[in-house]
Design a protein around this ligand. Structure first.
Ligand code: HAS
Ligand code: CU
Length: 553
């Protein structure tokens, strides 16, 4: 039976996830242009009359885009990739249903207080800012739902191992399950923060909160969260982009090495978000800083492997020259071009990350617009634009309808690329000139007394980039809505299949260690205990539940 019919159940589950993801992106991204134009001195917030403050809009933007869009997309995408690459149904379909239902309940519970301006705590929910308890309970249920989706994948892979003794899992499923395993380990910090601190505090069961401990638990999850976003994009770059480009993956073992290193190194690095926080000694911050440079290594492996794979594709397409083979890649395919442009942007996003992680330089950029520039190149482009590229083949696959317009899709990818380059250059430079993040800067343009006149041209750059991004955003939804309602119905043989690439060097040619689980899980546990254990023990020993909740909006 063709894979599409065989996995009809998983296709439905994935469709629900992707549907919620695209809806969240639709609402969340709407705030981007409003914020960017506010920076340029143009206030259009009257277009979203339910938004009472800038911070409420910023919370909606961050929560819907960075948390809800990504998590729904990742859960749906990884489920579908896993069953198709194992060629096996999910072991316990009930888990897929329970997972998605919990996520939807969590989303609704968290979204209502934000829309009512009762949870304006941004996506990092930094206490002592306090939200309505429904927000924290909803966020917790949402994460638990994503765990259940992960359990479904663990049981499925486990069943596959039992049916295929002594075999190595296919690369796509191996990567999908590593991502979910890393997420389980990573979200323990947030789960403890919610259950032991935020929920009892917001319900009035404990008298106050310890912001230092809460922030530390948040960043235990907050850094690996960025790899939870990134690894599904890497999965696509490794196992799908080479196929879309007409070539092969250069090295399967090297791809596995990159992913197992992410499993080990993603979590024990959270203090690089707390370099300016008091209460953690310099030694521990430096230790996390050094491990952060370590976790950049698997990204360098990815850059090498991806470049080599694209080089193979370029040559197979008849390309010549040291660099001109790049022109022989099929740039007319939006599902590929969006992902290539995302990868190019990530070169700059990644360099910015390494700058952030450098102790003394972080003191210059922390809490400035530079950081917003950094994360729009990473999660806002490397990840989001890759996911949009995936949608360009996945949506026709799921719906059986042709993409509404491939030209519009190409225009979307390029406008995102140029819009983001202009936007993020403005943000980065403004940060170096001391402009704070999370702040209404539009007033700067109107009143010189408030700020630094050198920011003004950069603020206009942010506004211009944001406007181009807004056009790109409209183009995404022209295609999504156009495909669902007006796309040409495809004959069965026209429906795109999942573009899994073959590899030049196969898993079996590399060491078995790279396909195993126990050593890498043990390594992850060891590094977490060493890097977090002593600090957390000290923080809990000296805990002070004294800070009241603040609602300054
Ligand atoms: Fe980051 C802050 C350090 C990666 C997201 N980061 C943030 C925040 C977010 C974020 C959201 O050390 C703000 C949090 C907040 O609200 O406060 N980041 C790093 C480092 C990396 C890094 C070292 N970040 C990411 C990724 C993100 C992300 C990925 C989202 C998906 N980040 C920091 C630090 C801070 C921070 C500090 C705190 C700042 C502060 O003070 O608040 C590294 O993992 C990056 C390694 C990446 C590379 C690039 C490899 C390049 C590749 C592409 C190759 C392309 C090819 C294209 C071959 C070394 C893989 C070829 C194309 C053809 C056409 C041929
Ligand atoms: Cu980080």
């Amino acid at each position: 039976m063709p894979a599409r019919e065989k996995f009809a159940f998983e296709r439905k589950i994935t469709s629900v996830h992707i549907g919620f993801a695209m809806f969240a992106l639709f609402l969340g991204t709407l705030y981007g242009p409003l914020q960017a134009l506010e920076h340029a001195g143009v206030n259009l917030y009257f277009l979203a009359p339910w938004t009472q403050t800038y911070y409420q809009g910023l919370t909606l933007h961050g929560v819907l885009n960075a948390l809800i869009f990504t998590t729904f997309f990742i859960c749906g995408f990884l489920t579908y990739v896993t069953v198709n690459s194992l060629d096996r149904h999910t072991r316990f379909p009930i888990l897929d249903i329970v997972g998605v239902v919990l996520m939807i309940i969590g989303l609704v519970m968290a979204a209502i207080p934000i829309l009512l301006n009762m949870a304006t705590v941004l996506y990092t929910f930094y206490p002592p800012l306090m939200a309505h308890p429904t927000f924290y309970i909803g966020a917790t249920l949402f994460v638990v739902g994503s765990w259940v989706v992960g359990y479904s994948l663990f049981f499925t892979l486990y069943a596959w191992y039992q049916e295929h003794p002594n075999q190595r899992a296919p690369l796509p499923a191996f990567m999908a399950v590593i991502t979910m395993a890393m997420w389980q380990i990573a979200t323990l910090g947030l789960a403890i923060e919610e259950l032991a601190l935020l929920i009892p505090w917001s319900l009035g069961l404990i008298s106050g909160i310890d912001p230092q401990l809460a922030r530390t638990l948040f960043w235990y999850t907050g850094h690996p969260l960025v790899y939870f976003w990134l690894l599904p994009a890497y999965l696509s770059w490794y196992v799908m982009v080479p196929k879309l480009a007409g070539g092969k993956l250069f090295s399967d073992p090297m791809a596995r090495l990159s992913f197992v290193l992410f499993l080990v190194l993603s979590t024990p690095v959270g203090f690089h978000h707390q370099i300016t926080d008091p209460g953690i000694s310099v030694g521990w911050k430096l230790f996390h800083g050094a491990l952060t440079l370590g976790v950049a290594f698997p990204s360098l492996l990815t850059a090498y492997n991806l470049w080599a794979s694209l080089h193979i594709a370029g040559r197979m397409n008849g390309g010549k020259g040291a660099l001109t083979w790049i022109l022989s890649l099929p740039w007319g395919k939006p599902e590929l071009t969006a992902q290539l442009l995302a990868a190019i942007i990530f070169i700059f996003g990644g360099i910015g990350g390494v700058i952030n992680a450098s102790y003394n330089v972080n003191l210059v950029v922390h809490n400035t617009a530079w950081v917003s520039g950094h994360f729009h190149l990473t999660v806002g482009s490397a990840v989001a634009l890759t996911f949009v590229g995936i949608v360009y083949w996945l949506l026709p696959h799921l719906t059986g309808r042709a993409l509404f317009s491939r030209h519009i899709a190409l225009a979307q990818a390029w406008t995102w690329f140029f819009g983001m380059i202009i936007f993020s250059r403005g943000m980065h430079l403004m940060g170096l000139l001391g402009a704070p993040r999370r702040t209404e800067l539009g007033a700067s343009i109107k009143s010189a007394a408030m700020t630094n006149p050198d920011w003004n041209v950069l603020l206009l750059m942010v506004g211009l980039g944001g406007t181009i991004l807004f056009i790109s955003y409209i183009l995404i939804y022209v295609n999504v809505i156009g495909t669902i309602f007006f796309g040409r119905k495809l004959a069965p043989n026209e429906i795109p299949t999942i573009p899994f690439a073959d590899a030049v060097t196969h898993a079996e040619q590399g060491p078995m260690l790279l396909s195993q689980w126990k050593p890498w899980l043990a390594g992850a546990a060891f590094l977490i205990v060493v890097s977090y254990g002593p600090v957390l023990i000290e923080m809990v020993r000296t805990i002070e539940l004294t800070s009241p909740g603040f609602k300054p909006w």
